[in-house]
Design a protein around this ligand. Structure first.
Ligand SMILES: *Cc1c(COP(=O)(O)O)cnc(C)c1O
Length: 360
């Protein structure tokens, strides 16, 4: 068996320990004679799995009891519609557009009401986070929406926007569980799990209880109501059982590692290795203003598309997978999520140094 260093933005690297455990439990989960994929979601076994998973993420993030944790399908993208359907009572919401995911959410919200783009960093290819200290928040806005870590462009809010008392809704797909958060600052904090937590196909939406009501936009499908899932403990219909099981294992792994404070330190250490090199390199350059750099997604370029392609090809041959930048922006991107070991980043930087010497 040989494992590569996988820098994919998502689906992405998972902790080896977690994969091994899942492998061991594949044929016979804890003496029940079947795998988790094969068991009823109504069984006692699975009930334990989902309850432990919820308890562990609550513990990790310090989620207060007045927030529900929902394990939902449709990925982060379905939340782009679910959020306005459930929250747009006045049919007005303010969006801060800092990349493609925020833009998609903003465009989707336009189907349900007046979505205002109150700030954007599109003028400079989303390479920074706009100043959000005094934005023209709409007086009747039902919420203010952000994408907290921009997976494609590699920016991250270091300070949450001043929403002037309005509800904050955040997509944290690519920084989920990468550092401690204060959940009470959000009305909804949600993310697809395939970036930093588990396999693809699920989103965890953490929703403040008072936002979960029957008062949703007319015509909202049953499956798109937060209340449907909250009332049924995320089991209104068959959930993504195996994904919940895998996420649960990752939560346990994170707790064993020391929790989110420790993950933050580790992530800062890893990101620094790469950013320090990019800052001194004569060949490679980061594309984001230093103060808004993501700890999770690090885009970089040589400034020459042919050289970029050569790097991507040679890095792959050397065992570094998925360093090609997003198809819409080109260049390179190294996603260095929780499960990427420090050695992986060190090995990448060593390879980049060697490539630079050979090609400059
Ligand atoms: C990947 C990603 C999405 C889309 O996730 P899906 O699960 O594919 O719908 C949304 N937002 C952010 C920030 C992402 O990184």
């Amino acid at each position: 068996m040989s494992r590569v260093y996988n820098f994919s933005a998502g689906p992405a690297v998972l902790p080896e320990e977690v994969l091994r455990e899942a492998q061991e439990e594949m044929m016979d989960y804890r003496g029940c004679g079947m795998s988790v994929m094969e068991m009823s979601h109504r069984s006692k076994m699975f009930q334990n799995i989902i309850e432990e998973a919820e308890a562990d993420i609550r513990d990790l993030m310090g989620i207060p009891s007045n927030y529900k944790v929902l394990f939902l399908q449709g990925g982060a993208s379905l939340q782009f519609a679910m959020i306005p359907m459930n929250l747009m009572k006045n049919r007005v919401a303010d969006y801060i557009v800092t990349g493609q995911w925020a833009k998609k959410a903003y465009q989707e919200a336009q189907k349900y009401g007046k979505a205002n783009k109150i700030a954007s960093s599109e003028d400079k290819t989303f390479s920074y986070i706009p100043d959000c200290s005094d934005l023209p928040i709409s007086p009747d806005a039902d919420y203010v929406y952000i994408c907290e870590n921009n997976t494609i462009y590699g920016t991250k809010y270091k300070k949450l926007p001043n929403t002037k008392g309005k509800l904050l809704v955040a997509d944290v797909s690519s920084c989920f569980l990468s550092e401690p958060v204060d959940v009470t600052k959000y009305g909804i904090i949600y993310g697809g799990v395939q970036k930093n937590i588990g396999p693809a196909g699920m989103v965890i939406s953490i929703v403040r209880e008072d936002l979960i009501t029957d008062d949703v936009l007319e015509g909202t499908p049953t499956m798109m109501k937060f209340k449907t899932h909250a009332d049924a403990g995320s089991m209104y219909n068959t959930p993504n059982c195996y994904c919940i099981y895998m996420c649960g294992k990752v939560f346990k792994w994170l707790k064993k590692m020391g929790g989110l404070e420790v993950m933050k330190q580790k992530n800062e250490e890893k990101a620094k290795i790469l950013y320090d090199f990019l800052d001194e390199s004569k060949l490679f350059h980061g594309t984001v203003v230093p103060e808004d750099r993501s700890l999770m997604n690090v885009p970089f370029i040589t400034g020459n598309a042919e050289m970029d392609a050569k790097f991507v090809k040679e890095s792959k041959e050397a065992g570094f997978e998925n360093l090609k930048g997003h198809r819409t922006v080109g260049g390179m991107r190294a996603s260095i999520y929780n499960a990427m070991p420090k050695e992986g980043v060190e090995a990448l930087v060593a390879f980049m140094k060697k490539f630079e010497e050979e090609n400059l």
